[in-house]
Design a protein around this ligand. Structure first.
Ligand SMILES: [Fe+2]
Ligand SMILES: [Fe+2]
Length: 180
């Protein structure tokens, strides 16, 4: 696939964004306290790894094969997997308590200002990152001059929106995010 200068610029930007996404998901999945959150982060991290491969293929002039990704789990599946356990737990505990029995207040009061992030702050950071990445892909789609490139970037952008949705649903369930 021949790329225009602008397309190449966006793909290079996307590549470094995906590398950052992988680094964050890998790092955070190793430090979060909540096991359901850990599962969401591992799932998203695997998809980011696939995105990086796709972007690298594009930069090398190869047309990537979207679809056929054996490890790609739909977002509703990951949400139902992670939330089914949590709602069962929540029915035994008061509103706003996590399965580990941490209250939202406890989570915030753990904030020391010395480099230790709470699960809630990690979710906020990742949600902000996903928004920025999705915005970037939105611009990249509009600058794409060929249908295969457009479809590939569209597909990746939808994945990013799914990551944000999974994070949002988790935060909502924990009482950390109330839509206005
Ligand atoms: Fe990604
Ligand atoms: Fe993502």
């Amino acid at each position: 696939m021949q790329l225009t200068q602008k397309e190449r610029m966006y793909l290079q930007d996307a590549k470094s964004q995906e590398e950052l996404c992988i680094a964050k998901y890998n790092h955070y999945s190793g430090v979060v306290a909540n096991q359901e959150l850990k599962q969401i982060l591992q799932w998203a991290g695997q998809q980011e790894t696939h995105h990086l491969q796709t972007i690298s293929d594009l930069l090398q002039g190869r047309t990537p094969q979207m679809g056929g990704q054996g490890h790609s789990i739909p977002v509703n599946q990951i949400i139902s997997q992670t939330t089914s356990g949590a709602s069962a737990n929540r029915s035994r505990s008061p509103q706003g308590r996590s399965p580990q029995g941490q209250t939202m207040q406890a989570s915030t009061s753990q904030f020391t200002g010395h480099g230790v992030l709470t699960d809630q702050q990690i979710c906020q950071d990742l949600l902000t990152m996903e928004k920025a990445v999705s915005d970037m892909y939105d611009h990249a789609v509009f600058e794409s001059t060929s249908q295969p490139l457009r479809q590939t970037l569209n597909h990746i952008q939808k994945d990013e929106q799914d990551h944000a949705f999974a994070l949002f649903k988790f935060m909502e369930q924990m009482g950390w995010y109330q839509p206005q």
